[in-house]
Design a protein around this ligand. Structure first.
Ligand code: ZN
Length: 115
């Protein structure tokens, strides 16, 4: 399962961050999963539930944002949401560069210091 390994690497980077900040407890995590990233957010939530009991996310609240695919035309600068796999600019027919929508990143997380 693809999403399980994604969630595992998210966990790894989070525990690295927690270590760098001198420990604590994560209470909230927000992930940004682009609509064109190929990741199934339901499966990702399932993976989160499966992994959390034995992890530092045990008490964390998960939020998943799904930004749409967004591209900017190299020729005229027009920004648009490309349908499916076509990146042609609807305004001039030029080539669009993907700005967002394929990302998978940790948007933010809240760390609570333990006493
Ligand atoms: Zn254009």
């Amino acid at each position: 399962m693809h999403e399980l390994s994604i969630m595992q690497s998210v966990l790894e980077s989070l525990s690295e961050e927690v270590k760098n900040r001198g420990g604590g407890r994560i209470t909230e995590v927000t992930l940004s999963v682009g609509q064109a990233s190929g990741v199934n957010t339901e499966a990702l939530e399932f993976a989160f539930e499966a992994l959390r009991p034995s992890s530092l996310l045990n008490n964390a609240q998960l939020t998943i944002l799904t930004p749409p695919l967004l591209a900017r035309c190299e020729d005229c600068g027009h920004e648009f949401e490309p349908p499916e796999l076509s990146l042609a600019c609807p305004q001039c027919g030029g080539t669009g560069l993907v700005l967002s929508g394929r990302e998978l990143l940790i948007e933010r997380f809240v760390l609570e210091q333990e006493d």
